[in-house]
Structures are given as C-alpha cells and as structure tokens.
Design a protein around this ligand. Structure first.
Ligand SMILES: [Zn+2]
Length: 354
C-alpha cells in the first residue's frame, strides 16, 4: 500500500523505511511562468540511505528542504548511496555539476564508500536531422571529436572545466581527492540490444540489473525517447516494495514490461492539447520540429493511464509535467483507463511504500 504525504509532512513521511520523494516535478528546459516546480528529480530512500534519479534544476535545494540528510554545516548528502541518470537531456542533468562540485562541501567528503553514479553510455551515432528539406543546410556538428558522449566522458569533461576550483579545494582546504568521492559508470547494454538507435531505440527486451546492494536491486530497460538514446526507465525493488521511474518516454511496451506489478509507477506526462494549441499546425506559432518530438517522445495525459493499467501497478504518480504551470485538474484526466490510485505529483511530496 502506498501512502501519500503532502509537502510539509516530512516527519510523518520519514516513518516509512522505503519511500519516494519527488524533488522536482517540472518537465522540459523552459522556465514556466507561474510555477515553482523545480526541474525533474526524484529520490528513492531506504532508511537513511538515498538513491537520486536525475538532477534537474534545483534538486539540491529540494533535497535539503525534504530533510533527507542531516542538517548542519557541511552536512546533508551523508546518506547518498547512488545516482541514476535516465538520459542525457539537459532538463535531467543541468544540476549534475552541483552534485559533482558541491557534494564534498555538503556531507559527501567523509563517506565510507564512494557514491555510485550510473548513466547512459555514448549514443554511438548522431541522430538524423529532422525534415532536412526545410533546412537551408544541415547544422554543423558540435564537438565533432566526440559528439554523443556517455556519462563517464561528459563527467570527465565537466570536472576538467572546474580544475581550478578542484585543485584549490584539495590544496588549500585539504579536501579529499574529488575522484574518490564518486564512482561513475556508463550503463552497459545487454549484448545484441540497441544496435540501431536511429531505427528502434527501444527494442523489445527484458529488464537488466544495473546495481544491487543490501537495500535495493536496480534494473533498467530502454524506453522510447527518440532520438535520445540510450534512454532508460529504472525499477527499484526493495524489501518494502517496488517503484518504477519512467524517465522520458513515449508510449512504449518496454515501460509496461519493467513496471509490471510494481507498487508505484512514477511516470512523465504532457498535456497534448496545450502543445497543439501552442505549436500545432493550426496555431499562431507552429513548430513542426518541437511538435513531432512531443508526439513521439512523450506520453500524453490520455495515454499514461492505460499504460499503468497494462502494467497492473497499484499507484500512478505523474511527474515531469509539461506544461508545469497547468492546473492540477488537467492531470487528473489521467485517471481515465486506470483502475488504480492516481496522484498528481508535487515537489516535496513523499510516497511511503511500507
Ligand atoms: Zn528528455
């Protein structure tokens, strides 16, 4: 059974050993007028140990506000065990540098073991140019030496950019070697999957294990967030229950496969009516490029309920809301086609699993 705790009920929420805290529930890189939702980020907790999924804008302050770590000077991230990145879109990663550079000032420099960080590997090939006939010429490739890096490489490059700060902290403040605080890995795909990211980015497959410790077993599956590849959904199985985080995806059989029978499905959602009014063909500002991305790579409020129903999950929580400033009533339409409990996500909402 899943118990919903509204923002501000952190103390009651902490009574659940296994729980999920929504840090940020806004989708997309735009700033949304009239909304204070932070960028997409979620934490799965077992006791005092935490597993962060995605690092959208503002996750750090929300983590603090959620009371997930000890308060006090240079404390907070003491219990962070793992970080899981669903895909390499900026709205999921823009505050990843905060994690890398601020963690050792906020509780992570005395950890008994490194924080385990997992994310997608190199895409391997550039995505196609959409509707090239409408472009005067194809865009020039950015950083052609390595145009589609995976997490290990992009992390290395980020840290290089901050070399002055890192050397200063280690030499002047006697901070431990930053490279020993994190262990960063690209998630290897099972052999024979994902050979053709420009064809089918989410071929039929079984979930595969990414990480395991005494609290959690984390499995992943490819989802369809074309042309982004690899894009993962993650499942956390714990003694207290199971939760699946969809990442960003269009309607996709693999999502149903990994979510089957989970207690809780935390799923992305877009309001397609709003998209059509804003950028559809009949609108004042049609944007066919963005429109086709929204249709193919995201799940609408009408589609998400039937997906959850197919998977047989008990509770569906909507997050990564686009637009983030839509009234809650819009999202409640997702109940259509879903016989379980629907929850419209809010920042700092906690879902207790046990
Ligand atoms: Zn995305």
């Amino acid at each position: 059974m899943v118990t919903v705790h509204r923002p501000g009920e952190a103390r009651a929420a902490a009574r659940h050993r296994t729980r999920v805290t929504l840090l940020g529930t806004a989708g997309g890189p735009p700033w949304w007028d009239g909304s204070d939702r932070a960028g997409i980020s979620t934490v799965v907790s077992v006791g005092d140990e935490h597993y962060l999924v995605d690092c959208g804008e503002g996750w750090g302050r929300r983590f603090r506000a959620a009371g997930l770590g000890p308060a006090g000077f240079q404390r907070g991230l003491d219990g962070l065990r793992g970080v899981f990145v669903t895909h390499h879109h900026s709205d999921h990663l823009v505050d990843y540098p905060n994690l890398l550079l601020l963690a050792w000032h906020n509780g992570a420099d005395g950890l008994r073991r490194p924080i385990q960080v997992f994310g997608p590997g190199d895409r391997g090939t550039l995505p196609p140019v959409f509707a090239p006939e409408r472009r005067e010429r194809p865009p020039e490739v950015f950083h052609p030496e390595s145009p589609t890096p995976g997490l290990v490489e992009s992390t290395g490059r980020l840290l290089e950019a901050y070399a002055l700060d890192i050397n200063d902290r280690m030499r002047d403040n006697a901070k431990p070697d930053l490279r020993e605080i994190f262990e960063i890995r690209d998630i290897p795909l099972p052999e024979g999957t994902g050979d053709d990211p420009n064809g089918d980015p989410a071929p039929e497959m079984s979930p595969f294990e990414v990480y395991r410790d005494e609290n959690v077993r984390v499995t992943a599956i490819l989802v369809d967030h074309r042309p982004v590849f690899p894009a993962f959904a993650f499942r956390f199985d714990t003694a207290g229950g199971s939760v699946v985080l969809s990442g960003d995806t269009g309607v996709c059989d693999n999502l149903v496969t990994i979510a089957r029978g989970a207690d809780l499905l935390v799923h992305e959602c877009i309001d397609l009516d709003w998209v059509e009014q804003l950028i559809g063909p009949g609108s004042e500002t049609p944007d066919p490029n963005l429109m086709q991305h929204m249709l193919a790579a995201h799940t609408s409020v009408e589609e998400v309920g039937p997906q959850a129903e197919k998977a047989g999950v008990g509770t569906l929580v909507l997050t990564h809301l686009v637009p983030a400033n839509a009234p809650a009533g819009k999202w409640r339409r997702a109940q259509a086609g879903f016989s379980g409990t629907l929850v419209v996500g809010e920042d700092l909402m906690t879902l207790g699993l046990d």
